[in-house]
Structures are given as structure tokens and as C-alpha cells.
Design a protein around this ligand. Structure first.
Ligand SMILES: *[C@@H]1O[C@H](CO)[C@@H](O)[C@H](O)[C@H]1NC(C)=O
Ligand SMILES: *[C@@H]1O[C@H](CO)[C@@H](O)[C@H](O)[C@H]1NC(C)=O
Length: 492
């Protein structure tokens, strides 16, 4: 990643957040964020994203790519399992309303006459490729297949079939994805191993000779061996790679596609031999799973893209808005496409948090006084305890805003009436005008830095939300530069 420009700042009109605008060559947001962090620890390293979930109803296994032409492209599984669709738009949010083009349809017989699952769109050496799992009518015979598209725009490209991908065995195979590490392009996919007949699929890896041919033999880098990978079915599937800081993070999905579906994580050093299964370390617990509080169920089959400003990584996944399904989960059409920011811990590992509630994506409020401190829900340490939805207008109406907890939706940050202490209260209990005002703020340019923001109590002029050096959160009067910094936040 080359950082060619100097830092320029701009103020968002939507919410006076600090936005770092970097002039840089195309690079993953992860690398950009790392550079931004090194360049200026005092400013937002990776600003908040702003999307509204659900992004797309009834589209599972979602894949969004931002191409060099500036467009975002979307593909995903349709509930009829009978075709490959593509959309494009100038922003992630606009994919939700974008027209859909069918570029391939189920055939009358043979390969491609059955299920059509989990297409992914990749641009490789000047051409478009779609990896997709295709079945045969009336048989349980799913295999990974490749289409090649010629033309700048994949929605109007000329598509030709390159056929099935030949792997070690002619067994159940699906969810092929591709990535480049250390100059080598790899294919990673899910496949049933003949030596493990009681398991549905392992994750397989092989270098690619060309986009439709592996250089075999492939190796299994993960198997459904842990309890949470074996609920309903024994599955590892839906692999996708994101790279940052010399490490390769490979997410995948496990168990049956009901509310037990969840995401796991494999990690390897970019300087390791990726074809050695011992180079990969599996997270012992799921990294992303159902959440009863946010009412999100069976999240998984994710991919990653980058925000419009190129500064934040965005995770794309599907889930359902209810827990219990009648019949085979595959016959339930309501897996839907969601997007949310992917955060990075100080140690360089990804923090997926929880599937956020429906509606506007949440933000974190980072203190200007101490870059390691965030406004927290009841002192919680999980990422979701530092995420809040900005509700606008706030509970007091007008131009106020309120902060709704992400880990406990429906609970709002408020000042104790008549005091400076802060507490969290259920919205339903804020049943008087005074109570609602205690949970409402006027947002103003940051007192310590106009590129950040400060939150002034709607019921107390001159009193601001403050996160002091000891970590205590109050709504109180502000005197002097140090306190101004304590009352200034950057949205991440
Ligand atoms: C998993 O394997 C079992 C046993 O072979 C099979 O009945 C089932 O359909 C498979 N499920 C999936 C989702 O592949
Ligand atoms: C990375 O690529 C270089 C150049 O091809 C090669 O010499 C080196 O062995 C590779 N490293 C790994 C870990 O594969």
C-alpha cells in the first residue's frame, strides 16, 4: 500500500464525524486503515459506515465486490435455486434497489439442471468469472462450476461455460472462492471427503493453474470437528478470505443452515506454506453467531467488501429474522443479505461482533482524550457493548438524537434526571417528557476538535457527555481543553 497524499479532512454532512480522506492507490481497506492509524492516531482510523439493514430480502450467500470501475457488483443465491443473478450500483446501499439481471438459467437436463447455489463473481486477468455450485435434477449431485464473462460490465458480458472444476474426488462440492497470496492464486471450497463419510464437507485448498483448473492435489485445511460445526449437519462451507497485516483470515460457515449456522475463522501467516494444513489455526469458538437480543438467526456464508470511501472493511452475510423454521431450512426462502462494518482489534485480528439489529448500522464513540476508550454499555467489554445506533430524531424529538445500545436494543443511554451520572434505561420506561429529554442530546461539532462531535444534554445547556481519564461516563459541564477532549468523540 502506497500512501501518496497528505491527510485532508472533511466533515460529514450527515453527522459531524471525523472522516480521514486519504489519497491512496487501490488497496484493501484493512491496509488503508493500518496506514491511517499509523499516520494519525488522534483522528478516526476507520470512520463509521452508514447502511440500513436488511440490504436485500431473499438473497442468501451474498457476494459483493467493488470493482476498479467504481461500481459495486452483487450476486447471491435466489430461493428458487434456478438461476444466477447480478446487480450493480454506485453504493452498497443502492444494491438494495438495483435492477437484477439473470445471466444464467437452470438447464433442462444434465449438469446445471438441479440446484444453483452460492455464485461468486471475481475479476481475474481481465475477465469475469463466476464460481457457482450446480446440481443435477432429481439427484443429490452438487459440484463446483465456472463461467467466464468477457466484457467490462458483467451484467452485459458474454458468458461461456468453462465446466466443472476437477478436484481430488468426484464428490459433493460447493462454495468455491478464490484469493491471491504471495503471488499465487488459490481456490478454496467445500467438499465431502470420501474418507469421512459421516461428514458433509471439509474446506479444501489448491493453487489455480487457471481460473477453472486447480493444480492438484488439493488439501483439507479444516474439517467439521468441533461441536458447534456439527449441529444438524457436519459442515464447513462458504469460505472467504480477507488479508491484513501479514495474516490471512479465512472465514467459513458451520452446521446446518438453520439458527445453528454460524461462522468460524482460520488464520495463517501470509509467509507460511498455505498448502500445509498445520499453517492454519482454527478459532475454538464461533466468531459470529445467532443473537437473540438483536433477533438475528443463523448468520453466515459471508464475504467482505470495502466502504465507499475505501476506509472501512464491510462484512456481507445472510441470516434470518426468526429462529424457528418449519421443514427443511433449505426450503425456507427468507435468508437475506446484510452488511455491517468489520472492526479490527489493536492486535490486528478481526472482531466480527454480533449481527446488528435491523435498521441503521451502529457506530462506536471513541474518546478524543484517550484513543483506547469508547462509550460502553454498562461497562461491557464486547464490541457490541461499544456500539450504539444513533436514533434521529431522538426520544425528545426535534433535532435531538438518542443513543440506543446494540447489545441490548431498545435500551437507551440517559443521564440520571437532575444529576450527572449516566445510566441505561429501556425506552418503554422513558415515559415522561422529562425522562425522554434525559435520553436525548444535541449533536454539535466536537468541543476539542471540530472534526469530532460532542453531545450536549437536551435538558441541560452547557452539559456534555464526557468520558473522563478514569473511564467514567457523565453528563457534566466542561471546563478547559482536557475536559473538552473528554467530551469529544469520533465515530467509528
Ligand atoms: C449431509 O449429509 C447427510 C448424510 O449423507 C445428508 O443426508 C444430508 O442431506 C447432507 N446435508 C447437507 C446440507 O449437505
Ligand atoms: C513467496 O513467493 C516467493 C517468490 O515466488 C517464494 O520464493 C516464496 O517461497 C514464497 N513463500 C511462500 C511461503 O510460499
Amino acid at each position: 500500500m502506497r500512501l501518496t497524499g497528505k491527510l485532508v479532512t472533511a466533515v460529514s454532512s450527515a453527522f459531524a464525524a471525523a472522516w480521514l480522506v486519504l489519497s491512496l492507490s487501490p488497496a484493501p481497506a484493512a491496509a488503508a486503515a493500518a496506514a491511517a492509524s499509523a499516520a494519525s492516531a488522534a483522528s478516526a482510523t476507520s470512520p463509521a459506515v452508514s447502511y440500513v439493514n436488511t440490504l436485500i430480502e431473499q438473497r442468501a450467500d451474498p457476494h459483493i465486490v467493488k470493482h476498479t470501475d467504481g461500481w459495486y457488483y452483487f450476486t447471491g443465491t435466489v430461493p428458487e435455486f434456478d438461476r444466477i443473478v447480478l446487480r450493480r450500483a454506485q453504493s452498497i446501499q443502492a444494491l438494495g434497489e438495483a435492477a437484477e439481471t439473470t445471466i444464467w438459467r437452470r438447464k433442462a437436463s444434465g449438469v446445471g439442471s438441479g440446484q444453483v447455489w452460492a455464485p461468486e463473481l471475481h475479476f481475474i486477468d481481465g475477465k469475469w468469472y463466476i464460481y457457482v455450485a450446480l446440481g443435477v435434477a432429481n439427484e443429490w449431485r452438487i459440484r463446483a462450476f465456472v463461467l467466464e464473462g468477457t466484457g467490462d460490465n458483467p451484467l452485459t458480458a458474454t458468458w461461456v461455460e468453462k465446466g466443472l472444476i476437477r478436484t481430488n474426488w468426484d464428490t459433493f462440492s460447493l462454495d468455491a472462492s478464490t484469493f491471491v497470496a504471495n503471488g499465487t492464486r488459490y481456490l478454496v471450497w467445500a467438499q465431502q471427503e470420501p474418507s469421512r463419510p459421516d461428514e458433509n464437507s471439509s474446506l479444501m485448498l489448491a493453487p489455480l493453474e487457471n481460473p477453472w483448473t486447480i493444480r492438484g492435489p488439493a488439501v483439507a485445511i479444516s474439517r467439521p470437528e468441533l461441536a458447534w460445526e456439527r449441529i444438524g449437519y457436519k459442515i464447513n462451507e462458504g469460505p472467504y478470505v480477507i488479508q491484513r497485516g501479514g495474516r490471512i483470515f479465512l472465514t467459513y460457515s458451520a452446521s446446518a443452515t438453520d439458527h445453528n449456522y454460524c461462522m468460524g475463522l482460520l488464520t495463517a501467516s501470509a509467509s507460511a506454506d498455505l498448502m500445509d494444513p498445520a499453517s492454519w489455526t482454527k478459532s475454538p469458538t464461533p466468531v459470529f453467531a445467532s443473537n437473540a437480543a438483536t433477533n438475528q438467526w443463523g448468520p453466515g456464508h459471508n464475504s467482505f467488501t470495502v466502504s465507499e470511501d475505501g476506509l472501512s472493511d464491510v462484512m456481507v452475510y445472510h441470516d434470518r429474522g426468526y429462529r424457528d423454521i418449519v421443514g427443511d431450512p433449505l426450503n425456507d426462502p427468507n435468508r437475506r443479505t446484510r452488511v455491517q462494518k468489520l472492526y479490527w482489534r489493536a492486535n490486528g485480528t478481526p472482531d466480527f461482533g454480533i449481527p446488528v439489529p435491523d435498521g441503521n448500522t451502529p457506530v462506536r464513540l471513541r474518546s478524543r482524550a484517550d484513543a483506547a476508550r469508547y462509550v460502553r454499555f454498562r461497562g461491557g467489554t464486547a464490541l457490541a457493548d461499544t456500539q450504539f445506533r444513533i436514533v434521529s430524531p431522538g426520544l425528545a424529538g426535534g433535532s435531538t438524537i438518542s443513543l440506543e445500545s446494540t447489545s441490548s436494543p431498545g435500551v437507551f443511554l440517559r443521564r440520571v434526571v437532575g444529576g450527572s451520572a449516566v445510566e441505561f434505561e429501556e425506552g418503554g420506561k422513558l415515559d415522561s417528557a422529562a425522562a425522554r429529554a434525559s435520553a436525548s442530546f444535541n449533536r454539535v461539532p466536537g468541543l476539542g476538535d471540530g472534526e469530532g462531535l460532542s453531545l450536549e444534554a437536551s435538558d441541560g445547556a452547557g452539559q456534555y457527555l464526557r468520558l473522563d481519564a478514569a473511564g467514567s461516563l457523565t453528563v457534566s459541564a466542561v471546563e478547559g481543553g482536557a475536559q473538552e477532549d473528554e467530551a469529544t468523540f469520533y465515530l467509528e
